[in-house]
Design a protein around this ligand. Structure first.
Ligand SMILES: [Zn+2]
Length: 862
């Protein structure tokens, strides 16, 4: 779909509405409308015989898009709807002004709904009706007359008209229910089917306690801040420390009603080769196999001097650094935002991005949608270190506002140890990938970067780095975080394939990497560049935007003269520096997606070599950990933090390596495009085997997780009050190690992975299912099953054997292919033949255990 086409469509809509039959209809409508209006006027006159003035005597007038009257005694609201607003569309948008994590991620600055609603009049009532914007009908196609067939709009509120001014054509309605109820937007999350009675729960909305905190009314929008109070007489769970009283919880919400922009904005359409956020629309009048009319999200950037190759925009994208931001970070933040101007210059714009600082005595706050604010907070349990939401006009995809939330936690040395290891070890990880977060705009880069930054600092510190170097790590990762979050607000989604751009050798060359983005795009969650040879350490993180970012901004913002210009630029998608794959394609969860190059927390075009390097670096550090990270006069909490940090780095590198087994490379070039490759190419035998060998050595081997034994004596948390009351404080080493091993197994033995290995044998995969499963069996048993089996290996062998049994008779067995089940059975029988040999008593007991499990399972199969 091209721009010209869209212009045609708009023109056609106009023509269509001017046909004579419609004219007649509209006359009829007008008549009916007039009759309705008179009926209301008579009604209100008769019953109350009062004018608008009679109802607003004790109220303060707040003029703007919708004139508001607020009673000066009880604060109740009335609102004026003018005749010319009836039948018109408006945009509704809400964001959380303040909240608590306990309420289910209802937190300060998070963006909620953005939708189109229409104001309608029905006799003596005013209706607020949500419009369905999911479908597109070509107005020239007669089918468009049935565009409402089986499509539901949503009537959010129907409010009686209190009074009518016939001369000025104004209606007065009560507005308390509109704003103090959850009319426009559902604020409280419903409790899901898995919720337990002991979970923290919000009570019911108590309108008598809820209140309007602030009303800002402007010609183009009205912004209302409302405090909702959720009350419950008794609670089982009082929530975290962030909640003062679990029975009464306040959530503050901004509601914005916005006039539909009339600025000549030209929508631009999505293409699978580049990653913009989109508003998806189905074209219901297209017979194409891709009937998509998906609008990309972008700002309305227009050249001040269209004749110039590079011009300033009529209205730049202006960012405000919130006055809560520490002074020492303001320059770095500003520099990060302005890096994007490099990309905009290639799209024909000079100074497209402008950064200002919010004055300390500013009378506006970040909730005002007219300001795009880089915010800074330090809140309890933040789910991110940075988050860059934006909201758009759902009719066109035009970005209307954006903010960036930064959390101080990003710079803290807090590691969520127990979370790290619980996450890796949970058995649910096995099937949870179907339930991964569906909010594509949710960004966890801050959390990922935080771990990476701590790892880089640990390596540097252990090598005796100066304070200056440690500050440099923080500064570079801050730049990278800002550029990434700003990228989101420009419409870009993630590019988890970008880290494929450079080789490990190039990343180990400080001169080569100097001044560059370390990947093709700042929109990746790449690992920091940390070299094992400290003499080769160059830049740790991105200091400018990448080549993909520049290309994407060109595609989104260049004022193309012809559709061909855009297509020519799109056809550059096959260049190595324009590689792209987003969250939907990334392989972070077990069994999810298929291309191992699209992943998070990885680096370079050889992730296997990179992963091995990172594991070995962690193992090296582990040797001297106790000396390097115990400080005289301090507790061992710091040592414990670094131990968990290194362990989780090893686990995450191992996961990246495991994705090559059964992997299939994906290409999205169009037919006939220069440099295009076939869409699906299985990973080579050599690389799958390399991955299996690496896992065998670094994840499954008897000594894979060996740390100096006396280290365990020191992994102590510092006591605080009674914090060990709920669980014993000793480090759970075996559970932790098994957790890491399970997270790798859960991918290799996922039904999706095994099915793909068999299928891809038909189109080029030579690492067959039988070879892979034999190799895995060998990796887990061969080296020690004839003798003594250490406690880590006993755990691993039992876990693996139980997984094979589950593939045959477990609750998920029906998801496995016949071929995978046959190999599971074959391996179980092989294991059984190996368990007759000796070893010490512990090993004998272990082998007996294995045999009993297999015997029982074999009986069940019969
Ligand atoms: Zn992100």
């Amino acid at each position: 779909m091209n721009l010209k086409y869209y212009a045609c469509v708009a023109l056609a809509t106009f023509c269509f509405l001017n046909t004579s039959s419609l004219e007649a209809q509209s006359k009829k409508k007008k008549k009916r409308k007039n009759a309705d209006t008179e009926a209301v006027a008579q009604n209100t006159k008769k019953s109350k015989d009062k004018s608008i003035a009679d109802f607003i005597k004790s109220s303060k007038e707040i003029d703007g898009l919708f004139k508001i009257y607020q009673d000066t005694i009880n604060g109740s609201l009335q609102m004026i709807i003018s005749e010319d607003q009836i039948g018109k569309e408006f945009i509704y948008f809400s964001q959380i002004s303040n909240g608590v994590m306990d309420a289910g991620r209802i937190i300060k600055g998070s963006y909620r709904d953005s939708k189109v609603f229409k104001i309608e009049k029905y006799f003596n009532r005013i209706d607020f009706v949500t419009q369905n914007t999911a479908f597109y009908f070509d107005p020239e196609n007669p089918l468009s007359r049935s565009k409402d067939a089986n499509i539901s709009h949503g009537n959010m509120a129907s409010i009686d008209i209190t009074a009518y001014d016939k001369d000025k054509k104004l209606y007065l309605i009560k507005a308390d229910n509109l704003f103090l109820g959850e009319t426009f937007s559902q604020v409280k999350n419903p409790s899901g089917p898995g919720s337990k009675p002991t979970d923290f729960k919000l009570g019911n909305l108590d309108k008598s306690k809820s209140k309007i905190l602030q009303i800002s009314n402007y010609p183009e929008n009205i912004n209302m801040e409302v405090e909702y109070v959720y009350s419950s007489p008794y609670v089982l769970n009082n929530g975290s420390n962030a909640v003062a009283d679990g029975r009464n919880v306040s959530l503050k919400v901004y509601h914005s009603l916005i006039a539909m922009p009339e600025n000549g904005y030209e929508p631009r359409f999505d293409d699978p080769r580049v990653g913009f956020f989109t508003t998806e629309m189905d074209d219901k009048t297209s017979a194409s196999s891709t009937p998509y009319h998906d609008l990309i999200h972008r700002w309305n950037l227009v050249k001040k001097n269209p004749e110039l190759e590079i011009s300033e925009p009529v209205k730049p994208i202006t960012w405000w650094i919130e006055n809560t931001t520490p002074l020492e970070w303001r320059e770095t933040i500003k520099a990060g935002v302005l890096q994007w101007n490099k990309a905009f210059e290639k799209a024909g714009f000079k100074n497209a991005m402008v950064v200002k600082v919010q004055p300390d005595d500013a009378t506006w706050d970040a909730g005002d949608i007219r300001y795009n604010v880089l915010r800074w907070t330090s809140s309890p349990n933040p789910p991110f270190g940075g988050y860059g939401p934006s909201f758009v006009n759902p009719r066109t995809g035009e970005i209307l506002g954006a903010d960036i939330m930064l959390e101080f936690a990003h710079f803290s040395n807090r590691v969520f140890y127990d979370k790290v290891f619980e996450l890796a070890s949970t058995t649910e990880a096995f099937e949870n990938n179907e339930n991964t977060i569906n909010d594509h705009k949710f960004c966890t880069l801050g959390a990922e970067l935080h771990d990476e930054m701590m790892f880089a600092s640990t390596v540097a510190e252990a090598a005796g780095a100066t304070e200056l170097e440690l500050v440099r790590i923080k500064r570079e990762s801050m730049m990278a975080l800002i550029m990434h979050e700003v990228g989101h607000t420009l419409g870009l989604n993630h590019n988890m394939k970008a880290s494929q751009l450079y080789s490990p050798e190039q990343l180990n060359d400080p001169e080569f990497i100097q001044g560059k983005c370390l990947t093709a795009s700042v929109m990746d969650y790449a690992a920091l560049n940390v070299t094992r040879d400290r003499n080769k350490q160059g830049q740790y993180d991105d200091v400018t935007v990448g080549p993909y970012d520049i290309w994407a901004i060109q595609l989104g913002y260049t004022p193309f003269k012809t559709e061909k210009e855009r297509q020519d630029l799109l056809s550059e998608s096959t260049k190595p520096e324009h590689i792209f794959g987003n969250d939907a394609d990334d392989m972070r969860a077990p069994g999810k997606a298929i291309d191992p190059r699209v992943n998070v927390s990885d680096q370079s075009n050889d992730q296997i070599a990179w992963g091995i390097d990172r594991i070995e670096m962690s193992n090296d550090l582990m040797k001297d950990l106790k000396n390097d990270f115990s400080k005289t006069g301090e507790s061992y909490q710091e040592l414990r933090r670094v131990y968990y940090l290194l362990s989780s780095q090893k686990s995450s590198a191992a996961n990246a390596i495991s994705r090559f087994i059964g992997g299939v490379y994906v290409e999205r070039a169009m037919v006939g495009q220069e440099g295009a490759k076939q869409p699906y190419t299985p990973v080579s035998f050599k690389d799958q085997k390399r991955a299996m060998n690496a896992l065998s050595k670094y994840v499954f081997a008897p000594d894979a997780f060996a740390a100096p034994n006396d280290l365990y004596n020191y992994l102590a948390m510092q006591r605080r009050g009674f914090n060990f009351r709920s669980a014993p404080e000793d480090p759970k080493i075996h559970d932790q190690v098994l957790g890491y091993q399970k997270s790798v197994l859960s991918h290799i033995l996922h039904y999706n992975t095994l099915q793909r290995i068999s299928d891809s044998e038909l189109y080029g995969n030579t690492y067959t299912l039988s070879t892979m499963m034999t190799d895995l069996n060998d990796a887990i048993f061969k080296s020690d099953i004839n003798g003594n089996v250490n406690s880590f290996r006993q755990n691993l062998q039992l876990e693996y054997t139980n997984t094979l049994i589950d593939m045959l008779v477990g609750p998920r067995s029906s998801r496995y292919s016949n071929l995978a089940q046959s190999m599971a059975l074959y391996n179980l029988k092989t294991i059984k033949t190996m368990t007759n040999s000796g070893g010490n008593i512990s090993s004998k007991a272990h082998k007996q255990h294995l045999r009993a499990l297999i015997d029982n399972a074999l009986k069940e199969i019969k």
